[in-house]
Ligand binder design. Structure first.
Ligand code: F0G
Length: 457
């Protein structure tokens, strides 16, 4: 088979920023070992997130010029609404300025004390919005999803046995919603199978629990279903996507991922009563229901992006480019989540830096080392992001200590990715030199965004 090429050519470019290793050591120290506190013009290859960082197409930029900025009844909204209705089959569409705004609205309506939201794995902002409402978020990832180095086709699946047990224990009346995150971002960008979506829906339906999809990376998930699940090899992506959503009562979406947009999101659902409550809150917090915190031009860019993302040449290139990096790392013996996820590489920091205990945040230490060594910015998805304290202020660590290197869509070329693999492999060869970190300042929620750390000498 020939090389799978980038299915686009480049019309407009922007610079990347070179710094020396000595400069980066200082920059990292000044940023308190937190990649969120590093200025972007001091980063060479920015793999902090795939969110809002995509390259928009010439069609999307053309759509921007067509944006109808009317406060009410914008024609851009109706194009946006129809596109989402066609893709998902969900009749009610509510725009929001990004994914977490959709979550905030949904969970402030459905949440509250003594309620439980079950999921394969909730993303950090989703969990925070649930907990902020007073409710608890419960991750019920399947067994395969708990073992980074053991490959399996659908490591994002929800454990249905655990779901049944949880419902029996807590009572369906205390579970307002089940959330399936596709792909499972915090668990390695791993996909959820159609079979699992179907089974979860059946269990939820029996118990009267609605099921929503956190749909940020729906097209990447659909492509994995096509590649890996029996009976889907010959189905077009839009058909697979439609089937995925056919089992859902609704979805939350961040258009900053699989819609290639720099900003945007939405809620979609069947339930008119819930939608009315959402719209009422939307008007208070985001804006009128035909723009919901977005400009008309954003609605256009999202509608076009949602269609572009289902192109199979694009998805083949997308999934292959992540796998390409993953394979290089595996060949060099670097501990990495397997198989490759849909949008990112996840280094297993617990294994990579086995000399650093979890309460010295090996993931964050590895993020720092990649930056110093090669100007690459990644993010810790481990105990800094998800750790909690017990009553004695002792860390209750996260299940996994991962470092995510998220690949922005249509932005970096193969040689950028080759460079990234070279840096990771060099860091791996010198891993003993890397030291653990301690927190010197932190916020009570979502602490990883602003925490200040220092190196343990
Ligand atoms: N759900 C998932 C699975 C996500 O990955 C994100 C964002 C959100 C919800 C929230 O969407 O950012 O538009 O408010 N993930 C980004 C990331 C930030 O880096 O993975 P948002």
């Amino acid at each position: 088979m020939k090389t799978i090429i980038e299915p686009f050519r480049i019309k407009s470019v922007e610079p990347v920023y070179f710094t020396t290793k000595e400069e980066r050591i200082q920059i990292l120290e000044n940023a308190f070992y937190n990649p969120f506190l590093i200025h972007a013009d001091k980063v060479l290859i920015d793999l902090l997130t795939d969110s809002g960082t995509s390259a928009m197409s010439s069609n999307q930029w053309a759509g921007i010029m067509q944006g109808d900025e009317s406060y009410a009844g914008s024609s851009s909204f109706f194009r946006f609404e129809k596109t989402i209705q066609d893709i998902t089959g969900l009749p009610i569409v509510i725009p929001t300025h990004q994914g977490r705004a959709a979550e905030k609205i949904l969970f402030s309506i459905l949440g509250g004390k003594e309620k439980y939201f079950v999921s394969n794995t909730l993303f950090d902002t989703t969990r925070a919005n649930i907990e902020y409402s007073g409710a608890a978020g419960v991750d019920l990832i399947c067994e395969a999803g708990k073992h980074p180095s053991i490959p399996a086709p659908f490591k994002g699946n929800l454990d249905t046995v655990a779901l049944l047990k949880f419902i029996a224990e807590k009572g369906a009346e205390n579970i307002p919603l089940c959330v399936l995150t596709v792909t499972n971002n915090s668990g390695g960008g791993q996909p959820v199978s159609m079979q699992n979506i179907k089974e979860v829906k059946a269990i939820c339906k029996t118990h009267g629990i609605p099921m929503f999809i956190d749909a940020c990376r729906f097209a990447e998930n659909a492509f994995f279903i096509k590649l890996r699940e029996d009976g889907y090899a010959d189905k077009p992506i839009p058909e697979i996507v439609h089937e995925m959503f056919s089992y859902a009562d609704g979805c939350t979406m961040s258009a900053k991922k699989d819609a290639f947009a720099n900003i945007g999101g939405f809620l979609a659902m069947h339930d008119e009563i819930l939608a009315q409550q959402c719209r009422n809150m939307l008007i208070m917090t985001e804006g009128f229901p035909t723009y919901g915190g977005l400009a008309g031009r954003d609605l256009e860019a999202i509608a076009i992006g949602l269609t572009e993302v289902m192109d199979e040449h694009y998805l083949q290139y997308r999934i292959r480019s992540i796998e390409y990096l993953c394979n290089k790392l595996i060949a060099a013996g670097v501990p990495v989540m397997q198989p490759a996820g849909g949008h990112a590489i996840y280094l297993d920091a617990k294994e990579f830096l086995s000399h650093i205990p979890v309460d010295e945040y090996p993931g964050q230490a590895l993020v720092g080392a990649l930056y110093v060594h090669g100007g690459i910015r990644g993010v810790e998805i481990g105990s800094l992001m998800f750790g909690k304290y017990d009553d004695h202020k002792k860390l209750i660590p996260a299940q996994l200590e991962l470092v995510r290197l998220a690949i922005p869509r249509r932005v970096y070329t193969q040689s950028h990715i080759d460079y990234v693999s070279e840096v990771i492999i060099e860091v791996f060869q010198e891993k003993e030199k890397i030291k653990g970190l301690t927190i010197i300042e932190e916020a009570p929620m979502l602490r990883h965004f602003t925490a200040k750390l220092k190196s343990i000498e």
